[in-house]
Design a protein around this ligand. Sequence first.
Ligand SMILES: Cc1cc2nc3c(=O)[nH]c(=O)nc-3n(C[C@H](O)[C@H](O)[C@H](O)COP(=O)(O)OP(=O)(O)OC[C@H]3O[C@@H](n4cnc5c(N)ncnc54)[C@H](O)[C@@H]3O)c2cc1C
Length: 555
Amino acid sequence: MKSFSSYERQEHFDQLSQEEWDVLVIGGGITGSGIALDAASRGMKTAVVEMQDYAAGTSSRSTKLVHGGLRYLKQFEVKMVAEVGKEREIVYENGPHVTTPEWMMLPFHEGGNFGPFSTNVGLRVYDYLAGVKKSERRTMLSAEEAIEREPLVKQEGLKGAGFYVEYKTDDARLTLEVMKKAVEYGASSTNYAKVVDFIYNENGTIHGAKIEDTVTGKQYHVKAKKIVNAGGPWVDELREIDGSKKGKTLQLTKGVHLVFDQSKFPLKQAVYFDSPDGRMIFAIPRDGKTYVGTTDTEYQEEIAHPTMTEADRDYILDAIHTMFPSVEVTANDVESSWAGLRPLIHEDGKDPSEISRKDEIFVSDSGLISMAGGKLTGYRKMAQTAVDLVRDQLMEEYGIRYSDSETKHMPISGGDVGGSKGFKQFKKERIQIGESIGMSKEEAEKLVRLYGSNVDSVFHIYKNRKQDAEEAGIDPIVFAQLVYGLEAELTYKPVDFFIRRTGALFFNIHWVHEHKEAVIDYMAKELNYTEAQKSDYKEELELLLKEAVNPVEYV
Ligand SMILES: Cc1cc2nc3c(=O)[nH]c(=O)nc-3n(C[C@H](O)[C@H](O)[C@H](O)COP(=O)(O)OP(=O)(O)OC[C@H]3O[C@@H](n4cnc5c(N)ncnc54)[C@H](O)[C@@H]3O)c2cc1C
């Protein structure tokens, strides 16, 4: 059907239940999206169901870095660092609009975890393992050079800093762009579609799933030759339904990030530093804000709804005050926050921050394939591994032949900009087009970064539907983004738009307050919300706006 339009929700469900799929992917986080793209682009008949919104689980709640995980070198995870490190470049080339190089400073102080020698060796090994290109290889900074780059860093006892490249991303948009590409290749993908049970053959082999449309409550039977569980923190819940939760299980740990306005925390340079208890923390400037995180604590509450507690907030504030002594931010300056759950594979006797981040595949007796662990950065390689297994099984059991993965050199949706080199010129040209249709340079640039080569569609809506925007009482740029979201990004609820489609609830929370009423009214009209739906969705957004700023205590 190749549609990703919320106006065709019902058709998506109809199609799901009418066909037999080669592979049904459960979960529309980065893992499920990657698997969907790899499978669909090999020609497999692929369907995806996501019980919330795309990336609403962990994939919108990360540190938003495409990185090799320098700190895992301390745990001698050499193979993982090498593999994930190499993937950074691939993720960047295939979607330079959602991924941007970011030089990172790693300061070292007297008595700290790292010294010049260990930092230099560590970064050198990292460069080597990750196959970092020459222009992006690490350098070492003297204390004076480090202070020049970031005067807010604690100067007392500063001995110097490592300086190396990572990549900044928008995790939710990366996930969406990958999923959109999978849909371009023919995958059928639906959000608010929850697997509530599995269907088995008489010999006990898994052969489908019962899916519930969580908006209408209607259920559908979906048939598939192979089922991949990419449920992130919910992987074990699905294994439980399958009766196969045994052996290794998941351990969830929570990570929180805080967002400050640059007027309160004017960080110029991304810094990766030791917190007072020795954990590593990032502080990163982004779009007029500075965000800092993350914590790492065990979590046993509701999986769908992790939040910042007072202890999380104080831990990060304390880390900021220690590394940036002149920055006097307080709890009142927290403009937004988010909390995410790491779906780690349990290892007896290990502290959460020491558990390996590597991915693993479990195949149950019924044939359910579950993929857990891993990193956002390594999604493409993880997907390739999972789909190779599906391909081999399809060959063995059904004699159907599919080819090898082709995603290594495949731009994701929005990534048709001529790679990282071409993106500069692409951006320049599109900004000019944006200006020529009445936007400011900054407005146009923001849209180009958000949508990449799909920005043309957003510009088109902006240019041709100003009258509709006015009638809806919505700013024409917001309107263009919203219409694009409804027609081409399966935006169904207001929170989808304000969190996963635009990232605004985290990085531009005032914008959300400014536009929420008009946006909700428009969505209610366009998607025929009932009165109850409209008020529920409004309440959901209000709750998340509140929790982003105010800590929630678990009882
Ligand atoms: C605090 C934190 C910081 C991180 N920072 C980084 C980083 O900077 N860089 C990096 O590379 N990695 C990072 N990670 C790791 C990375 O975010 C995760 O590895 C990745 O997002 C996991 O994606 P996933 O698709 O497996 O899980 P999820 O994104 O959680 O997706 C699973 C999806 O499955 C859906 N689902 C579950 N059950 C069902 C069902 N029954 N029916 C239908 N759908 C279902 C859920 O709704 C969910 O959307 C971080 C993680 C955390 C927690």
